[in-house]
Ligand binder design. Structure first.
Ligand code: GLA
Length: 710
């Protein structure tokens, strides 16, 4: 049956509407089933395990796939448009769809919907990553009317679930305590996780959630959905259980103070909401995300990562040529790939000797570095150590030449006192002139010093004083246009310097989103380098993020912890040092050099392999992680006894992900002041069913086991 629908102001559009058009978004193991019903409405009828019977029937009509404000639905809408005639209702009817395989295993399904009265068009774009079992969804909203419209709510995705119980895990925290996991049941009503920080996604809560259906999922069991928004700004996940026990999850940019004005003919592309589903618990869902991140999202996701020595926790801003050259030698001594020079190298009129001034003036400070970076870079070349540099190009201290010249480039409210965070202001990236300036900082540094091999890009303030001197009456565009401006700059940097690795940082783990990671090879997981806290922080971030992107440094925090424990925690991420190696005694230094070598050897398992979280730090007093290389030949088990209780029972730790019939040699490696030790050899079945007694009652004690398949 062909229906012809005449859209006012548009050419006639043929609307194919048989009884129901099934639209299956499939990965290898997961299906999101949508249907166009004979009323032209798009409905979600199924989300879960991909089944052999692809009809998924008999299904009832399902629930609307992208609800709108003001017509029939009475819950939180995915879309709310205010039209010029004050009508703020929308109705979306199916127009057509297309399915394209964009690369092997990646299929994009675009479903075009439109409002028959106002012509507003909404495309729902689903990208299915088959082997990784990950789906990304975003919407594109186009103003086809004759006048401007205002987007009041513009979600990326809406998903519905129908289960007797729902359990939500969120990742809340603050500076120095990022991604703390806590769970709660969802009952009738709303639960919202959102942020209003503007220049980053995370400070008080990370842009992640875990949703368990029926009962709380474990690492190895349960129906579970992991979701995140790929957007370096305000996000919102809206969970609403309705009167019938149906859960709607609406994800997207936080609409808070962001009613976006869309001119006639313009389109608004929302960021991707990325999600995965597993019937085998959270561990598998995390591995899906890790694979997807490395294969499809993170900059140089399948490439190697450099180990490094950073001077921040060693010198702070108190350094000169001599000290930095000495640290180049320390880097060489340790055996790491790079020396990273942190904050404090710039500013002349207002020298950046502390965080009160100089930010924005990116000329090298002559009193500290009279010959620029040349002596340090040259020394590095001789030693075979690369040179990396800290920048914070989106920010300005009011006490700076930049601010004196361009006060209107900073985000400040004209008729109020300036409120600063860490004595600094955010530059207004909605302004193209400011974008050019921020790009020029990196471009000039790379032109003057082409040997810079790495940037640590910081962002130590959220958006405060929320007013743009550039946007005029469109102030509510600021939150969105800031992030878009940032992406413009990052696009230009990536185009010109495609192979330049960069660390994303925002007072620690404030930036930890996947869209940022399209431009950055890794991120600074937290300023908190206390190894005990890091076990928890890396555990939280690692639910979504592969260890390859989690910068983890051996540093000074927590005096009770010995060097081996510190190092073992950092070895589970992207290893670096923020440590004065002259504070290590002879044995500690010898151990550290060996640990760097061990890390190199274990990289195929840690950075590119599969993570199995065998013992959670949240369960008590220990933590154990197992990493297996993709070919299954090499593994590493990191075991931590944190603060064991007296008289605890130490149960065996059961391994995962092994071939039951293969035999494996287990070595304890990375021992302090001792060589490798063969622990035994076992079948995979034994290791997985019986496990090994590798927990102890020693406080702050760690061990590393290497698994070698025979
Ligand atoms: C932030 C970063 C630190 C360090 C300082 C420098 O706090 O997270 O690692 O670079 O800035 O000011």
């Amino acid at each position: 049956m062909i229906k012809t629908v005449i859209f006012s102001g548009m050419a006639a559009v043929a609307l194919t509407a048989p009884a129901a058009i099934p639209l299956a978004i499939n990965t290898d193991d997961v299906t999101l089933m949508l249907n166009v019903d004979d009323d032209g409405m798009l409905r979600q009828s199924y989300f879960g395990k991909r089944m052999a019977d692809e009809s998924y029937g008999p299904l009832d009509r399902g629930v609307e796939a992208f609800t709108t404000h003001g017509y029939t639905d009475q819950f939180e809408p995915a879309l709310h448009i205010n039209h010029a005639d004050y009508n703020s209702s929308s109705v979306l009817k199916y127009v057509d769809h297309k399915v394209e395989e964009v690369k092997p295993g990646v299929t994009v399904t675009t479903i075009n919907l439109a409002d028959p009265v106002y012509n507003d068009a909404v495309s729902l774009v689903y990208t299915a990553y088959a082997p990784e079992n990950v789906i990304a969804c975003h919407s594109v909203i186009t103003n086809n009317s004759k006048k401007d419209i205002e987007l009041e709510k513009y979600a990326s995705s809406m998903l519905s679930f129908y289960a007797p119980e729902y359990y939500l895990t969120e990742f809340s925290g603050d500076w120095g305590k990022e991604a703390r996991m806590s769970s709660q049941p969802l009952r009738f009503g709303k639960k919202v996780i959102d942020t209003k920080l503007g220049a980053r996604a995370n400070a008080y809560v990370s842009p992640f959630f875990i949703l368990s259906l029926d009962e709380p999922a474990t690492e190895t069991s349960g129906d579970v959905v992991l979701g995140t928004l790929a957007w370096t700004g305000n996000f919102r996940f809206n969970f609403e259980v309705d009167n019938q026990g149906l859960l709607r999850v609406i994800s997207g940019i936080n609409p808070y103070f962001s009613a976006y004005r869309l001119k006639k003919g313009e389109s608004f592309v929302t960021p991707d909401f990325v999600f995965t589903y597993s019937k085998e618990g959270i561990g598998q869902a995390s591995r899906n995300f890790h694979d997807w991140a490395r294969n499809h999202k993170v900059k140089d996701g399948n490439g190697d990562r450099m180990t490094l020595l950073n001077n921040w926790e060693v010198t702070g801003t108190d350094f000169n040529d001599e000290k930095l050259i000495a640290m180049m030698h320390d880097a060489k001594e340790l055996g790491v790939d790079m020396f990273l020079l942190d904050d404090g190298w710039f500013g002349n009129k207002y020298p950046r000797d502390n965080d009160l001034q100089g930010l924005g003036d990116w000329d090298i400070m002559e009193k500290k570095l009279p010959n620029g970076f040349a002596p340090i870079i040259e020394e590095g070349k001789k030693l075979g150590v690369k040179f990396g540099l800290w920048i914070e190009p989106e920010m300005v201290n009011p006490k700076s030449e930049l601010y004196e010249k361009h006060p209107d480039w900073a985000v400040t409210i004209p008729n109020r006192d300036i409120y600063t965070k860490r004595h600094q202001l955010v530059l207004d990236l909605s302004n193209p002139e400011v974008q050019d300036y921020v790009f020029s900082i990196v471009d000039k540094l790379m032109t003057d010093w082409p040997d810079i091999a790495y940037f640590k890009w910081d962002c130590n303030s959220e958006l405060t004083n929320v007013y743009s001197h550039y946007l005029g009456k469109d102030q509510e565009n600021l939150y969105v246009d800031y992030v878009r401006g940032l992406y413009n700059v990052l696009d230009r940097i990536r185009d010109k310097y495609p192979d330049l690795p960069m660390m994303m940082c925002a007072s620690g783990g404030g930036r930890c989103d996947f869209q940022g990671l399209e431009y950055f090879t890794e991120f600074w997981t937290s300023d908190d380098t206390d190894p005990v806290e890091r076990i928890f922080i890396q555990y939280g971030m690692g639910q979504f993020m592969p260890s390859k992107v989690l910068c983890a440094h051996v540093a000074r925090w927590n005096d009770d912890v010995k060097i081996k424990f510190r190092t073992n925690v950092a070895m589970m991420g992207k290893l670096g040092y923020d440590y004065n190696i002259h504070h290590l005694d002879e044995k500690e230094l010898a151990y550290s050099k060996q640990a760097v070598k061990n890390y190199e050897k274990l990289k195929p398992a840690i950075l590119d392999g599969d993570l199995y979280r065998l013992v959670s730090p949240y369960e008590g007093t220990h933590a154990v992680n197992q990493f297996m290389s993709k070919d299954g030949k090499l593994g590493a088990v990191f075991t931590f006894d944190i603060y064991p209780r007296w008289g605890e029972n130490y149960y065996n730790v059961k391994f995962q992900g092994l071939d039951p019939s293969a035999r494996y040699d287990i070595y304890e490696i990375d021992r302090f002041d001792a060589g490798d030790f063969k622990y035994g050899d076992y079948t995979g079945e034994y290791l997985m069913e019986v496990g090994l007694p590798i927990l102890t009652g020693n406080r702050l004690h760690s061990r590393v086991y290497e698994i070698r398949k025979q």
